[in-house]
Write a protein that binds this ligand. Structure first.
Ligand SMILES: NC(=O)c1ccc[n+]([C@@H]2O[C@H](COP(=O)([O-])OP(=O)(O)OC[C@H]3O[C@@H](n4cnc5c(N)ncnc54)[C@H](O)[C@@H]3O)[C@@H](O)[C@H]2O)c1
Length: 309
C-alpha cells in the first residue's frame, strides 16, 4: 500500500511540474519574460576578438558586467577591449589563449581566477572551420576542429564549473551551430564537432538538473550562417526560410536568450521545424527535400574563414 501511495504521489508531482512547465511557456509567449541583471557578473567570452564574440562583449559591457576576453589573436582582442571600454565597461581583462590547447586553457584559467575571480557566465564561442569534402580535410584540421569547437568546452567547464556548483550560481553558454543539428556537405569535421559541443552542453544541463543545481543555467545556441566572415562566400537558395543572418541580430537574440535563461536558441525559427521534419521524414523524402531546397549547395562558393570588422 505505501508503495502505491508513493507511486501516486510521484505521478501527481510529475503531472504538476509537467503542466506548470507548459503553462509557464504559454504565459511567456504572451507576456515578456523578466530579464536577469548581469551587472557585476564575471563574463568570460572565448573568441572575443571578432564576430559574435566581440558583439556579445559590447552588449555585456553596456549592462555593467566584468569582462574576461579570450582570443588567440591579441591585436583583435585588444581592439574588442578598447571598444567595450568605450561602451561603458569599467573592468575588462584580456588574455591571449589558444583554446585549441588544453594546457593553455588551464594556465590562463588559473590566471583569471587569481586576477579577476570566479567566472559566473562562461561563453564558449571560439570556433574554426575547414570547409572541404571529408577525404580532402587534412587530419590536423579535424583535430583542430575538435580541439577548439568541442574540447575547449570540456576544459573551460573543468576550470570554472566547480565554483559555479559551490555557489549554485552561473550560466553556461554553448555557441554550437545549425551544423550541430544536421550534417552538411563539406562540413563533416565542423558538424561533428558542433554536434559534440551540443551533446556535451546538454549532458551537463542534465547533470545539473539531476543534482538540483538550479542556480546554474544553460543556453545552447544554433545559428545558421552569419555574415561575420567565418563562412565567407556561403550562400542560401532559401533566403525566406534560411536567411544568412546579420551579426547584430544574432548577438541581440543570444543576449535575450541569456538574460531570459532560455535553454535552446535556434536561428532562424525554421531550424525548429527542420529538426522536427528530420525526426520523422523517411530518409529518401528528407534527401529529396534537401535537393529541392539546394541545401547541399550552401558551401559551393565557400572561400574560407576571414576576419571582418
Ligand atoms: N559565422 C557563422 O556563419 C556561424 C554560424 C553558426 C555558428 N557559428 C559559431 O559562432 C561562433 C563565433 O563565430 P563568428 O562567426 O563570430 O566567427 P569569427 O571567425 O568572426 O570569430 C571567431 C573568433 O574565434 C577566435 N579563435 C579561433 N581559434 C581560436 C583558438 N584556437 N583560441 C582562441 N580563439 C580562437 C578567432 O580569432 C576569432 O576572433 C563560432 O563558434 C562559430 O562556429 C558561426
Amino acid at each position: 500500500m505505501p508503495s502505491e501511495m508513493n507511486a501516486l504521489t510521484n505521478l501527481l508531482i510529475f503531472l504538476g511540474q509537467f503542466t506548470y512547465g507548459f503553462l509557464e511557456a504559454i504565459f511567456y509567449m504572451i507576456a515578456s519574460k523578466p530579464k536577469k541583471n548581469v551587472a557585476g557578473e564575471i563574463v568570460l567570452i572565448t573568441g572575443a576578438g571578432s564576430g559574435i564574440g566581440r558583439l556579445l562583449a559590447l552588449r555585456f559591457a553596456r549592462l555593467g558586467a566584468i569582462l574576461v576576453l579570450w582570443d588567440i589573436n591579441p591585436e583583435s582582442n585588444q581592439e574588442t577591449s578598447k571598444l567595450t571600454k568605450e561602451a561603458g565597461a569599467s573592468r575588462v581583462y584580456t588574455y591571449t589563449c589558444n583554446c585549441g590547447e588544453k594546457q593553455d586553457i588551464y594556465r590562463v584559467a588559473d590566471q583569471v581566477k587569481k586576477e579577476v575571480g570566479d567566472v559566473t557566465i562562461l561563453i564558449n564561442n571560439a570556433g574554426v572551420v575547414t570547409g572541404k569534402r571529408f577525404l580532402e580535410v587534412p587530419d590536423e584540421c579535424i583535430e583542430k576542429a575538435f580541439d577548439v569547437n568541442t574540447k575547449a568546452h570540456f576544459w573551460t567547464y573543468k576550470a570554472f564549473l566547480p565554483a559555479m556548483i559551490a555557489n549554485n550560481h552561473g550560466h553556461l553558454v554553448c555557441i554550437s551551430s545549425s551544423a550541430g543539428l544536421v550534417g552538411i556537405y563539406k562540413l563533416s569535421d565542423y558538424c561533428a564537432s558542433k554536434f559534440a559541443a551540443l551533446g556535451f552542453a546538454e549532458s551537463i544541463l542534465s547533470e545539473l538538473h539531476a543534482e538540483r543545481k538550479t542556480g546554474i543555467k544553460t543556453t545552447i545556441v544554433c545559428p545558421f550562417f552569419i555574415k561575420t566572415g567565418m563562412f565567407e562566400g556561403c550562400t542560401t537558395e532559401n533566403p525566406l526560410l534560411l536567411p544568412i543572418l546579420e551579426p547584430n541580430y544574432v548577438a541581440d537574440k543570444i543576449m535575450n536568450a541569456v538574460l531570459t535563461e532560455q535553454a535552446y536558441l535556434f536561428l532562424p525559427k525554421f531550424l525548429y521545424y527542420m529538426l522536427f521534419l528530420k525526426s520523422f521524414l523517411p530518409i529518401k523524402s528528407g534527401l529529396a527535400l534537401c535537393d529541392y531546397m539546394k541545401v547541399f549547395d550552401v558551401m559551393k562558393y565557400f572561400k574560407g574563414q576571414i576576419k571582418k570588422d
